[in-house]
Design a binder for this molecule. Sequence first.
Ligand code: HEC
Length: 474
Amino acid sequence: MAGANTHGRRWGLAAVGVVTIGVLLAVPGGSAAQSSTSAGAVTFAEDVAPIFQQKCQECHRPDSMAPMSLLTYEASRPWARSIKARVVAREMPPWFLDKTIGIQEFINDISLTDEEIGTIVRWVDAGAPAGDLTKMPPPREWPSGDRFRLEDSLGPPDHVVTFDAFTMPAVAQDTFFRPMADAGLSEPRWVRAAETKPSGRDGRRIAHHASTYLHQPENSALLEAETALLSGQAAADVVLEIARQRIGGDPIDTREMFTEWAQGKSGEVYPEETGKLVKPGARFEVQIHYHAVGEEITDQLQLGLWFYPKGVTPKYSVTFVSVGTQNNKPLHIPPHSVTMHQGSYTLPAPAILHNFQPHMHYRGSAFSMEAIYPDGRRELLNHADRFSNDWHVSYIYHPDFAPLLPRGTVLQITAWHDNTAANRNNPDPRQWVAYGPRSVDEMAHSNSQIIFITGDDYQRMSAERRERARALVR
Ligand code: HEC
């Protein structure tokens, strides 16, 4: 039963290329396989430019965040050696999963295939030839200026929340800005997609990444109202129980991760029939990391929300769960040492895991998540073997391959921290490090979005996956 997921996955690779569900990052399904590599004549125009278009230019173009443009041959040529080094080390594009183990089907995968890396390496080794530049693929079009990226697939947002502006001086240390804004909702709404956006191209130049949190007032009266709103929804009791545990009897303001913006990641698009309830009185908080670029720039963040139509209650709620050490035991990271910590969360109902998103700071070096099934079987879901605090990638599973887990499954994370001088991100290996909010303190958890389902759903979905796996084998 629990093995349905594994079986589905083994045959999955063949299917993924033709399914176009990825709206977060418009990476076309196919890849740049039109190479003339067998003849050894790898050129920029015909072999390398298509790869750069699909996997690099999102960030490497004028007015985006990366240091140089990879739009043209002239711009790319001086970087050839550095490009080879970065792609061989799999440091670029930023995608830090071990590709030899665990699930590999994600809707926002920007990593290079072995074949693509081979093409780039052969191009650089051959002296980075231009080739016939008239054979360049037509330039890719990028959403201009002030647009939510999800607009391309979803149309303009139904509701926009605007935060206070921030002015970054020309020269300054990195800054965290944390504006808070009212959601401005007079009635409860179900969100199906959300995106946080810096203002225009200038904003994108100074914005590194932004985490958006949802603050909702919680008290018994509101819980009662929520109970009514969730009525008929699958696994509503589990979602409500988690809300009840949060308030513990006292009226509080709960805070949970809502969405995140970073180059390469636009926001959240929940799977079909799944939404997030935002109640009247809710507020959004953004934590944005700005860096100076030698020019004074003012940015004003906006949050776009796409709703389900009024009166439509999606079948499932997405619930934010932090799986990690803060729930279990504290972090102790002695000077000059490499440590391993574990934390876990037991699923109170059958569930679908929407994403894998390791969260650690400067000393974080590797992070994995395992499922320990009620029958004792263990499965390594994913392993980020080269974690970097510079990139907070949310690896969003393709819905057909997202872990489908029975009730009672233990999600167990393992986090490695490297507090030695060998870790080049380490600001000071002489320090004792413990849990805390600053980047020089540490954390070890996965920011997970979980979709709780009913036992019947679980049976049905498991059967569907087994059937699909059989069909692919035939
Ligand atoms: C999600 C955004 C993003 C994508 C996609 C991306 N890069 Fe980068 N790249 C960056 C950023 C930001 C930096 C600077 C920070 C760093 O070095 O990590 C960078 C740095 C680099 C550097 C080092 C430049 C130097 O200063 O030496 C190289 C080389 C590079 N990228 C190549 C590539 C190639 C080739 C691709 C595609 C195959 C790619 N990148 C895809 C964002 C991106």
